[in-house]
Design a protein around this ligand. Structure first.
Ligand code: FMN
Length: 364
């Protein structure tokens, strides 16, 4: 914490003494909705420079840490993970916090409400969250409109990844159609050479979704064939991997298939619904567990993927899961990740976490 500029310290005190206690008195989903609404208002009313002043860390990092991750130039090595800005409403203000990339979504082709509430639970003692949102989304058309309008008004310098999922009602055997449909809607708002698409088949909250890993080759072959008919430039495609449910000997196959079909980066990992792990932390809620209890599992997955990714030589890894300090991010880089993403750590630690990670990685 010693290298933190005074203005960021002020921002952090504001966060720790004011903003976070206020948010944590609310139900977790209400707190999130309130946060998005407030950030949208900040974005709308021209207060972005204030956010930049209070929360955006050392600018030098942006230049020094520019990193090529799966054919996308990240502004620095810390990305915002999918699920925070599901409908791409606050991209400009999140840019001001200093993220190296942002992932919006997961979006689905048709608007859907997701699972019944309550569907998000906080565990502050364990630095954990369980969510079973089930892809609540305003739908691809509305999200594409938000992205178009935001780019028309703001100059966003970091890459935007759009995470694609499938509607709950779409039969599993037609899943690929949903990804193609969402891609078709999003493609016109992607910036060539800057943005990317992420394929999410690893959420534990949509029944049958993870089973697509069992026929990954067939799924990706069809996906890439169909999107090649739409796209006139090579859109980098990332794939998000689950932290469990995959036999250790299948990882090699997964990486080789991903490389062969054209995936440029793997994100390791999504949340886990592992009952044994939840039990260990006294968590009884259903849904995907994220934050500190996920860290070891996510790191184990990253370690295995790293061996195969090195051998394949043409795919990058992004470490995500359980990062709540700079040291945790360094761990992932040392395990073979090119960059990291955060979500739950941001909820518990606030925006200072971005700065802390960048400081730590700066000295690696
Ligand atoms: C409330 C919540 C919602 C999420 N929604 C999504 C999502 O829509 N798509 C996705 O790919 N991952 C989603 N995730 C998973 C995160 O992107 C990330 O992979 C996971 O939480 C592990 O990182 P963390 O421990 O830093 O949170 C969500 C996570 C949380 C906590």
């Amino acid at each position: 914490m010693n290298n933190i500029p005074f203005r960021l310290r002020v921002g952090n005190v504001l966060w720790q003494k004011g903003i976070q206690p206020y948010l944590f008195r609310k139900d977790p989903e209400e707190a999130h909705v309130f946060t998005i609404k407030t950030l949208r208002e900040i974005q709308r009313s021209g207060l972005i420079p204030l956010i930049r002043f209070l929360f955006h860390g050392n600018h030098a990092h942006e230049i020094k840490n520019m990193t090529l991750v799966g054919d996308v130039v990240w502004r620095n090595k810390v990305g915002l993970a999918a699920g925070f800005d599901k409908n791409a409403e606050v991209m400009a203000v999140m840019d001001a916090f200093g993220f190296g990339s942002q992932e919006v979504g997961t979006i689905v082709p048709q608007p859907q409400k997701g699972n019944p509430k309550p569907r998000v639970f906080r565990y502050p003692k364990n630095g954990a969250i369980v969510n079973k949102y089930g892809f609540n989304s305003d739908g691809a058309i509305a999200v594409a409109e938000n992205i178009r309008n935001t780019h028309a008004r703001f100059h966003i310098t970091c890459p935007i990844g759009v995470s694609l999922g499938k509607n709950k009602d779409t039969p599993d055997e037609r899943a690929v159609d949903d990804y193609v449909s969402a891609f078709t809607t999003m493609y016109p708002v992607l910036r060539p050479g800057i943005d990317y698409i992420k394929i999410n088949i690893s959420s534990p909250n949509t029944p049958g979704l993870r089973a697509l890993f069992d026929r990954l080759d067939e799924f990706l072959a069809e996906l890439f064939e169909k999107i090649s008919l739409i796209a006139t430039w090579d859109v980098p495609i990332y794939l998000k991997v689950p932290p469990d449910g995959i036999a250790p000997d299948q990882y090699r196959n997964m990486v080789e298939t991903a490389v062969r079909r054209g995936i440029t980066a793997l994100e390791a990992t999504n949340t886990t619904s592992n009952p044994a792990l939840k039990k260990e932390y006294g968590i009884t809620e259903e849904g995907g567990l994220s934050g500190e209890p996920l860290r070891t599992l996510a790191n184990d997955t990253l370690r295995i993927l790293s061996v195969h990714a090195k051998a394949a030589n043409r795919i990058d890894l992004i470490g995500v899961g359980g990062i709540s300090c700079g040291e945790h991010a360094r761990e992932k880089i040392e395990l073979g990740a090119k960059a990291v993403q955060i979500y739950t750590g941001l909820v518990f630690r606030g925006p200072i976490l971005i700065h802390e990670i960048l400081e730590k990685l700066h000295t690696v």
